[in-house]
Unconditional design. Structure first.
Length: 77
């Protein structure tokens, strides 16, 4: 059984990174990060100063994350 598990795992570090980059979880992370950065830019422009990533992240989660995820799931069906 250990041999079978080993055969399915990437052997090279580059293969492992490629596997992660292709994973749905990583793709979801990148899409969410892009939305947070967009929110950071818009809010920073609106307020006239850089609000920082952490503030943008918390604000986006509180105001937009649920709706964004619902819309994204609906588009993926």
């Amino acid at each position: 059984m250990v041999v079978a598990m080993k055969a399915n795992q990437p052997n090279e570090p580059g293969q492992s990174r490629d596997f992660v980059k292709r994973s749905a979880l990583y793709q979801e992370f990148l899409a969410e990060r892009e939305e947070i950065l967009r929110h950071k830019w818009l809010e920073s422009e609106r307020l006239g100063h850089d609000i920082g990533f952490e503030r943008a992240l918390l604000d986006w989660i509180r105001k937009h994350r649920d709706g964004w995820r619902t819309a994204r799931r609906a588009m993926q069906k």
